[in-house]
Design a protein around this ligand. Structure first.
Ligand code: UFG
Length: 344
């Protein structure tokens, strides 16, 4: 079975994707510098699939080490490139760190692909490229809006770098996946989201508040132009998202893409407010999430959700997990983490 390089494979979306790839029989090589993940994630993956993926502790910014890695694992047939820095606020404070990490690593991979005869590339992009869309649900044709942060800009520029590179070298193919908001964890609760320090994102803050690690969740604004005043997002189960990567890799390997660069939204098509998420989380898990309304967070988009029809029709992929199951899985993972901490 084909060998797939997964950069950032010990991260949140990366680890779930490795599991789905292995379940489908792919051989996986993970490259990760563990800057925002833990080596123990490999144990979780092995527990679920029975297979320990090959692992190399390399920073993708390091061209020479990446070159050697491609030599060592020859015949890599496709790359899924997750490895990137992703904290919006940090990117405003340290723009060059973000431009270097996210763009140099991408350029290195695209440069190394023809040298090592790798032709297929899946790129992690984000719905952040749409900014506040004029029309909802947002389709892939919606205009790209000026980025609100250096992080968002790296995703826009990254997409352009891929397009320009492939225009110049038509033996390469890429599928760009624009993620909406991934939440939840594998049903086994062996892997999940594990942010360093105080979480920036909603779901880990919800689960950490529910378990008592944080006193109170802050809801950033209830005066938006939405039914309950809080922001709306398209929350997608991370396992659904992971499965879309397997479909994308298979499509590339089968030579099925209709264009050298294809772009797909990965979302459910359903928009939910922050308050709806909290209410549903409390209800399905029978726990309280103490929260209070505070002022708006700078740079937040009011509302965005996906039109997933293109991915549904072309990829034959559809997000299938219910919101209830998704929120249960997030809670099960947080509880598992707490039990592990107690056992140590
Ligand atoms: N929110 C709160 N309280 C919190 C955290 C978040 O009310 O403590 C709210 C936010 O204001 C927003 C919603 O929850 O309305 C979702 O916020 P997240 O930070 O979880 O997600 P974002 O949609 O802001 O951003 C995420 C990723 C980005 C990515 C973007 C679009 O963090 O990396 O989705 O893909 F760019």
């Amino acid at each position: 079975m084909a060998k797939i390089l997964v950069t950032g494979g010990t991260g949140y979306i990366g680890s779930h994707t490795v599991v789905e790839l292995q379940k489908e029989g792919f051989e996986v090589v993970i490259v990760d510098n563990l800057s925002n993940s833990n080596i123990e994630v490999l144990n979780g993956i092995e527990k679920i699939t029975g297979i320990r993926p090959a692992f190399e502790n390399i920073d993708c910014v390091d061209y020479v080490s990446m070159d050697r890695m491609f030599e060592k694992y020859n015949n890599i047939e496709a790359i899924i490139h997750f490895a990137a820095s992703k904290a919006v606020g940090e990117s405003v404070e340290k723009p060059l760190l973000y431009y270097r990490n996210n763009l140099v690593s991408l350029i290195n991979l695209l440069q190394l692909m023809p040298i090592h005869k790798v032709r297929n590339f899946v790129f992690s992009s984000s719905c952040t490229v749409y900014g506040q869309p004029d029309i909802l649900p947002v389709t892939e044709d919606a205009p790209i809006k000026p980025a609100l942060s250096p992080y968002g800009n790296t995703k826009q520029i990254g997409e352009e770098i891929i397009r320009d590179t492939i225009y110049a070298n038509s033996s390469l193919n890429s599928i760009i996946l624009r993620y909406f908001n991934p939440v939840g964890a594998h049903a086994s609760a062996e892997i999940g989201e594990l942010p360093n320090g105080v979480p920036n994102n909603l779901m880990p803050f919800v689960t950490q508040t529910a378990i008592g690690m944080r006193k109170q969740l802050q809801v950033f604004g209830d005066d938006y132009n939405t039914p309950d005043g809080s922001c709306i997002r398209d929350y997608i189960h991370v396992v659904d998202l992971a499965k879309a990567h397997v479909v994308a890799v298979k499509r590339l390997l089968a030579g099925k893409p209709k264009k050298n660069v294809e772009i797909f939204n990965l979302g459910t098509g359903r928009g939910l407010s922050v308050l709806e998420i909290i209410e549903t989380f409390e209800r399905v898990n029978g726990v309280k999430v103490p929260h209070k309304i505070v002022g708006r967070r700078e740079g937040d988009i009011e509302k965005v959700w996906a039109e997933p029809a293109h991915a549904n029709n072309e990829l034959g992929w559809k997000a299938s997990e219910t919101l209830e199951e998704t929120l249960r899985s997030a809670w099960a993972w947080e509880q598992n983490l707490a039990n592990r901490a107690k056992a140590e």
